[in-house]
Design a protein around this ligand. Structure first.
Ligand SMILES: C[S@@+](CC[C@H](N)C(=O)[O-])C[C@H]1O[C@@H](n2cnc3c(N)ncnc32)[C@H](O)[C@@H]1O
Length: 251
């Protein structure tokens, strides 16, 4: 686990797992692509919704953007504020952003929409806070299309399905395009890539998350994955979608 500077609270376990994944070069490239697609001029305001530890807020500020991080979880926000003093973090959720109408030129949400029971409502709120012509960028994984190499494909399928079914919106990422179009956004584009995890330090916590689903045989399945990790044979592949669009004129 990453050791925090004095005064910064210990991150929740979910954030520690994210830290590991966010440190990978492929994740850094994906974030950079998301910033490029925002395409906002220097000094313009961007809201990062579900900002987590505030990594994207810090990276956007380093690019000359006025970034605002929003998250409803006070424990996560405390870590963000502790790690990145002087940055703008606000407690709020995606349905009621602490922003005026048309206040921002960019809206970003990374690995957040699968947690929302009503992604379309979040996009209506995105439209409200975006200036006409503002940019929205969404990225996240499709929880219903994850691949795990295992000798037991039946249990793998059952576990991954149970994990996906436990999410409010497991297929929100494949639906980004349709949801953006349905909410009046224009110039909608979608890219996809597959993140492949073979480093046990990153993959095992993910696999333990899948094995936590109430499925018979989950324990033996996880034992096999631990053996694979010891033998350097672990593989998790996660499809990640990235969508960008432009806000229409006055709502
Ligand atoms: C998987 S983390 C992703 C964090 C960060 N965007 C990243 O890419 O590392 C999901 C984040 O969404 C936040 N979240 C959950 N429900 C939310 C909601 N209704 N509105 C906004 N954010 C939410 C969580 O608190 C968490 O920080």
């Amino acid at each position: 686990m990453k050791h925090e500077a004095p005064g910064v609270p210990t991150p929740p376990a979910s954030l520690a797992r994210l830290d590991l994944a966010d440190a990978l070069p492929a994740a850094a490239r994906l974030r950079a692509r998301s910033y490029d697609l925002l395409a906002v001029p220097p000094g313009a305001a961007v809201v990062d919704v579900g900002c987590g530890s505030g990594l994207a807020v810090a990276e956007l500020v380093a690019r000359g953007v006025r970034a605002i991080g929003v998250d409803p979880d006070p424990a996560v926000l405390a870590v963000a504020a502790g790690r990145r003093p002087g940055h703008d973090f606000r407690r709020s959720d995606a349905y009621a952003l602490p922003l005026a109408d048309g206040e921002v030129a960019g809206y970003r949400a990374d690995k957040v929409f699968h947690l929302l029971d009503d992604p379309a409502r979040a996009l209506a709120e995105a439209r409200r806070v975006l200036a006409p012509g503002g940019r929205v960028v969404l990225t996240g994984q499709d929880w219903d299309a994850i691949v795990v190499d295992s000798d037991d494909p039946g249990t793998t399928r059952a576990l991954l399905r149970a994990r996906a079914d436990a999410m409010p919106a497991p297929r929100s990422a494949r639906a980004y395009r349709a949801t953006l179009l349905d909410n009046g956004f224009t110039d909608v584009m979608v890219e996809a890539r597959v993140s492949v995890f073979t480093d046990p330090a990153v993959a095992l916590p993910m696999l333990e998350g899948y094995a936590g689903a109430p499925v018979e045989g989950a324990g033996a399945w996880m034992d096999e994955q631990r053996r694979r990790a010891r033998d350097g044979r672990v593989l998790v592949a996660v499809p990640v979608f990235l969508a960008a669009a432009t806000a229409p004129g006055a709502v």
